[in-house]
Design a protein. Sequence first.
Lengths: 79, 348
Amino acid sequence: MNELEDRLIDCFQAVLPKIGREELRQVSMKSTSEWDSVVTVTLISLIEETFGVETQPGDIERLTSFKSIHDYLQRNKQL
Amino acid sequence: MQIVEYTPEHFDLLHAAALQMASRNLKHRGFVNHYYASVSWCRLYLLMAAQGGVAGVLGLERMPFRYGARDMTVGFGTNYYSMESGAGGFLFMHWLKSCDVGISFGGSQDAHRLIRSQRWPYFEGVGVYLLNKAYEVYPGQPAWKRAAKWIGRRMRRPIASYSNNIPPQIRSRISVKEEIAYTADLLPRNSPFEFRFAPSADYLAWRYDTRLPFVRYRLFRILLGNTPAGYVILNEGTDRILVAQCDGEDPESLAWGVILGLLEIANADKVPRTVKLTCCNPVMQQIYTSFGFKAEPVHPFALGSLRRGMAPLPGSDTSNWLINFDWGDNGLMDLSPTLSVATHFWCF
C-alpha cells in the first residue's frame, strides 16, 4: 500500500467509520448505503485539505468511489 | 455522473424528473426558461446519472451583494433536489465553488441538514412580518385550533382600512409612483444598509420583470418630496402580496414607501389580502408594526463560504442588514399556471 492510498483510506475512515479499512478500497456511492450527501461534502473537503488539491466543478461529480478519487489524486496531487 | 447546464431542450427530461420532486415551479416551462435559461448569472444544473436520467438538480443565482465597502457574489441555491443518496453533495460543492458566499434563506430540511454539517453560521434577527395572517387550517388539527383560526380569519380586514395608521406628516413628505421600466435612477445613490442585495437596473428588470405572464410584479419609485429615495417591488397575487425587494436611502422613508406602495395596489380591495415581508432594521420594524403588521417566527438565514474572510462573521449584528423575502424562488413557489398575459396587462 502506498502513502497516498494509506492517507486516502484515513479520509474515508473518518467519514465512513463503520466500514473496515480493507473494505474501504472497494466503496462507491452506489454500493454504500451510508454514503449520503453529508458524506460527499465532508469527504471532498477533507481530501482537499489533506492532499492540498482544489477540486473544480467538472471534476467533483466524478468523485463517486474510492477508486475514482484515488485516480484523481494520482493525476492532481500537489507533490 | 456529470453536471450539465439546463437549456430549453432539456425541459421534457426535467419535467419527468420534477414529477418525483415537491417543486411546483420546475414543472412550469415559462418559469424555468426565464429564470434558468435566459441570463448567464442564474442557471439550473442537472446532475446526470451514469446510466442516464436526472440524479439531482440545483438552481443557482449568483446575486451581486455589497457588504460594507466590498462587492461580492452571493450564490442563492434554489430547487435543490437529490434523487440518489450522496448525489446532492456534488451539487452542494458545485454551488459553493461557484460564488464567494452561499446563502440559505428558506430551503428544505435536507438542505439545512447539509448546511449544519458544514457549520454554516445561522444569523439571528431576520424578522418575518405579516399583515392579515392567513390562518390556514391543516389536516388533523384539533377543533379548538380550527375554531381559533376561524376567528383569526374573521378579524382580518382590507389593507386600505389600515391607512389611518399613517401619520399625516408622512403622506405630505413621502409618496410613491408606479413604474413599469427599471431605470438606473431608481437605485439608491447611498444605502445605509451594511449587507444588501445590490443589483443593477438590468438585473432587477430580469429578476422582477413587470411583464412576466406567470407572476405579477409591481414596481414603485419612492419619493421624498420630489427627490428619488429608493424603490419597492411587490409580488401581487389574488390573496396575498409579498414585499419582494426594496432598497432606499434611509430606513424610515423606505418602510413608509413600502406601505404606500401596498396601499396603491390594495386600495380598492374588498377582501383582506395577506401581506408578507422580512425586515432586520429596528426603525423599519417599528414602522411596520405601527401600521398593523405582526411579527412572526424568524426565518432561518445562513451564510457559508469556502473562502476565508468572505462571509460575515458568526454572531454579526444583523440590525443594519437589508434582507428581502422574494430572493431566489422564495416568492415563486405558488405559480399560477392559469394567470394569462392578458390578465397580467389588464392592471396597466
